[in-house]
Design a protein around this ligand. Sequence first.
Ligand SMILES: *[C@@H]1O[C@H](CO)[C@@H](O)[C@H](O)[C@H]1NC(C)=O
Ligand SMILES: *[C@@H]1O[C@H](CO)[C@@H](O)[C@H](O)[C@H]1NC(C)=O
Length: 372
Amino acid sequence: MLPHCSLLLFLSVASLLSCSSALPFEQKGFWDFAMDTMDSVGMMAMMRDEEEGSAVEEIPTTDVSMCPFGCHCRLRIVQCSDLGLTEVPKNIPSDTRFLDLQNNHITELRENDFKGLSNLYGLSLRNNLISKVHPKTFVPLRSMQKLYFSKNLLTTIPKNLPASLVELRIHENRIKKVEAGAFAGLRSMNCIEMGANPIQNSGFEPGAFKGLKLNFLRISEAKLTGVPKDLPESLHELHLDHNQIQAIELEDLSRYRNLYRLGLGFNHIRNIENGSLSYLPMLRELHLDNNRLTRVPTGLPDMKYLQVVYLHTNNISQVGVDDFCPRGFGMKRTFYNGISLFANPVNYWEVQPATFRCVSDRLAIQFGNYKK
Ligand SMILES: *[C@@H]1O[C@H](CO)[C@@H](O)[C@H](O)[C@H]1NC(C)=O
Ligand SMILES: *[C@@H]1O[C@H](CO)[C@@H](O)[C@H](O)[C@H]1NC(C)=O
């Protein structure tokens, strides 16, 4: 049963590769990657490859009658993508671990669509036309950890998500509102990706994330004009790039003391209030590129662990000798290994070399000429 083992490996690798494992700002989940790059033919070919050279004896296959018509059922993966389905098919084997329904024309999830699928670990509904989800649809999915719901027509977060859920990808829908208690009952999640939804700050009802422990949240390409104030305190990563945030005010970040990475690139930020960054003692990486800053934000020298600061493509005309590094030695625990300042109206020859005394390597500074 080697293919079976390698599939389990495949699944566990997928669960290890979380939202936050890839390069900054171009993160992709493993399954999304697999789904994007591997059609069902490729997936089956991969599995056939695994079979070859693995076993002499015949590999037991799922009973054909137990596979929905048109789908491929193999190794507890049920592949029903690109079939023009308008509803969730019947006869999905109850031992299914991963169900792929992406790229169909499903419009609605009904109460009993996933009945009996208590072993399901991952469900992809990506790229359908779903606007309606019965409040009990997900109740049977007691083991579901990964739900891929991007590219649909949802206007709100589906109700009664299973307590086991770890990863929710729901970008490119029409979500304008996250209701109070939307994640009630969920214990601990790794990742929510909900970018490219037309949500404004007022769309988060107070208590929208109440009780949720969450590691990674991305709300890029939305309609935010400020940092939302009521997100989970547990966040290690928050990505709010490509919004319309104008300023960071003193209290905006006070809740997010656990952040390691903060993405605020491609906004309209002109000012970061003095003291705002002091609430982020753990921060490693700060992206503020493609904004309208006229100076380096204050407070960077006090950030003991900050290693990466993107400030390129702003309107910074001066860089002071104490803008990045503390005056005393030993105050900074980790040196910078990435500072970008290119595409700012600053004359780089006027910046004193000592400005970068707490940078690990000269190559870590991306400066370049300012070109009009
Ligand atoms: C920022 O605040 C600190 C202390 O709160 C103060 O020493 C410093 O001068 C302020 N900087 C600016 C640019 O206002
Ligand atoms: C850049 O800053 C200067 C002031 O330092 C201001 O006059 C100018 O309008 C700013 N440019 C942009 C594109 O915001």
